[in-house]
Design a protein around this ligand. Structure first.
Ligand code: HEM
Length: 239
């Protein structure tokens, strides 16, 4: 995107769906992690898993049709650009970018892929694939490491490039090189629609009609009891 050495101007950059989906990803990963091993919290864990997957699918779609800075075509760059950016960063020559920097662009793709794989393997585990349990745990741990590296990279980049990345992801406004295209709309109505849909999903997914309701108060190996858990229970009764 725009060269980081041009004069800076503070302007809108991250539209409302980008910021809402980011908040939902961070919240649902934290929530899924906190409830992963807790007895009686299975429905909440599954609900956070679906929220994470849903937010990531929505973000993937928005990466093709969203505002300029949200589009993959604007921030996915080749390895040469990534190396040049990291060199500039370490030499403290890097300044604020008008979007994701070249290394951050790949981090976005890695986080989206990692989140979808972790959530997908969780779904397969719940569907009865006992064999998927270890895969799910490994992928979820990998995603947590990735998220930790992401947060560390955000903090380091903010300091080395004097780029206030965290406030920008919250308010949408950012210091960017002059000439960076501002979104024509922040798409707040779409973000409100997404938020209402998410709240509706949470209300349903924690209610009595959700298909994973029975998995909520599981005993024994409760942490990983899903549909398969019930089948395993019947199998044992039959023996
Ligand atoms: C408290 C924890 C977190 C903080 C402070 C944080 C902060 C940020 C910031 C500042 C950016 C913008 C970086 C840039 O401008 O280059 C960003 C982007 C991003 N982060 Fe995080 N993040 C957090 C947790 C997470 C988690 C847990 C995930 C996923 C599981 C995640 C996924 C992403 C993605 C996909 C983007 C790209 C945003 C977009 O273009 O939609 N973040 N994050």
């Amino acid at each position: 995107m725009t060269a980081p050495s041009s004069p800076l101007t503070v302007q809108p950059l991250w539209d409302a769906p980008v910021r809402l989906l980011h908040a939902l990803m961070a919240l649902s990963l934290a929530g899924a992690w906190l409830t992963a091993e807790a007895d009686g919290w299975r429905a909440v864990h599954i609900s956070f898993g679906f929220t994470l997957a849903g937010a990531m699918v929505a973000r993937l779609l928005w990466g093709f049709v969203g505002t300029p800075a949200a589009r993959f075509s604007q921030f996915v760059r080749g390895p040469g650009a990534v190396v040049a950016h990291l060199r500039d960063l370490l030499a403290r020559r890097a300044g604020p970018h008008g979007g994701h920097n070249p290394a951050g662009g790949w981090a976005v793709l890695a986080l989206l892929a990692g989140g979808l794989l972790a959530a997908g393997s969780g779904w397969l585990t719940w569907q009865g694939g006992e064999a998927w349990e270890d895969v799910h745990e490994a992928l979820a741990n990998g995603l947590l490491v990735l998220a930790g590296v992401h947060v560390a990279a955000v903090i380091v980049t903010s300091r080395l490039a004097r780029d206030r990345l965290v406030p920008a992801m919250v308010t949408g406004r950012k210091a960017v090189p002059a000439g960076t295209p501002a979104p024509r709309s922040m798409h707040r109505a779409l973000a409100v629609g997404l938020l209402v849909a998410t709240l509706g999903f949470w209300a349903w997914s924690l209610g009595p009609t959700a298909p994973w309701q029975g998995a909520a108060a599981s005993g024994g190996d409760g942490a990983h009891e899903g549909r398969s858990g019930h089948h395993r229970g019947h199998d044992r009764d039959d023996d």
